[in-house]
Design a protein around this ligand. Structure first.
Ligand SMILES: [Zn+2]
Ligand SMILES: [Zn+2]
Length: 265
């Protein structure tokens, strides 16, 4: 049997598991606080998360076995490459002209926060879950307004709906500059409202980027949100239906708000 002292040491080790990582990040605080870091790292993370789906889209043209996971109909490798490259160019232009400059100004205006202590694993998990839930609610309300008011739809949201029927993973960031900015502010605002530790905030942005890519990937992944959380998770099929019908299913990750407010498809 473990003694109380051994249990305490084990508990401290779990609670402090994130400290070495946070200490390493603190040693590079000048890089973390640099104006270009938020915009460029968001773009880099998005492209890294999307890359496997480019490969999957091309493989799906050749291997029919992958069709059982695919929401979209199969197409040719050339059409896949053309769609991905045109989407990528639009995203790079948006980042170069809107997102990177805006986040650089925002980063310069904000006082960097570098507390000495890292959050515990439990604190980080609670922070991230709460922040995803809050972001999901704010996104739902904003997305509903984008469809409800014609002017907002035409001038802010319509570009994202050029991916009608079935989107591709890259489409998660293929929208007007105004829409990308608004979603960025919702994500930053959710983290600030909840007072997240900077490390928890990084974890939230990573998870948020992945969930947005998963929503648009065009596959029913075995680990998709709709499979992991059958009663609550929305995932790719839920968001694909929104792109097809251009209405309903306004929440990005969970079905709760659409179900409660009668907008679920
Ligand atoms: Zn979408
Ligand atoms: Zn929409």
């Amino acid at each position: 049997m473990q003694s109380h002292e051994e249990e305490d040491v084990g508990l401290e080790a779990i609670q402090g598991a994130l400290q070495p990582m946070w200490d390493a990040m603190l040693r590079h605080r000048d890089v973390l606080a640099a104006p270009l870091t938020p915009g460029l790292s968001a773009l880099f993370i998005h492209l890294v998360l999307c890359a496997p789906f480019l490969l999957l889209d091309m493989l799906a043209c050749v291997y029919p076995r992958l069709h059982s996971y695919q929401i979209s109909e199969s197409t040719s490798v050339m059409r896949v490459l053309r769609r991905w490259s045109t989407t990528l160019v639009r995203i790079l232009v948006n980042y170069a002209t809107v997102i990177v400059p805006f986040t650089a100004v925002l980063q310069s205006l904000m006082t960097p926060r570098f507390p000495l202590l890292a959050p515990t694993c439990l604190q980080l998990c609670i922070h991230v879950v709460l922040c995803v839930l809050l972001f999901d609610l704010l996104f739902f309300a904003w997305h509903w307004a984008l469809h409800r008011f014609r002017w907002l739809f035409v001038h802010v949201h319509q570009l994202h709906h050029r991916h009608h029927r079935v989107p591709i993973a890259l489409a998660a960031q293929d929208a007007s500059g105004a829409e990308l900015l608004s979603l960025l502010l919702l994500a930053l605002g959710s983290a600030r409202l909840l007072g997240l530790h900077p490390l928890s905030e990084v974890a939230f942005h990573l998870l948020n980027s992945w969930l947005a890519v998963e929503d648009h990937c065009g596959y029913r992944l075995p680990w998709g949100l709709q499979r992991l959380l059958p009663w609550l998770g929305a995932g790719a099929p839920h968001h694909q239906l929104h792109h097809s019908l251009q209405k309903g299913n306004y929440a990005p990750y969970f079905t709760l708000w659409d179900r409660l407010l009668g907008t679920e498809l």
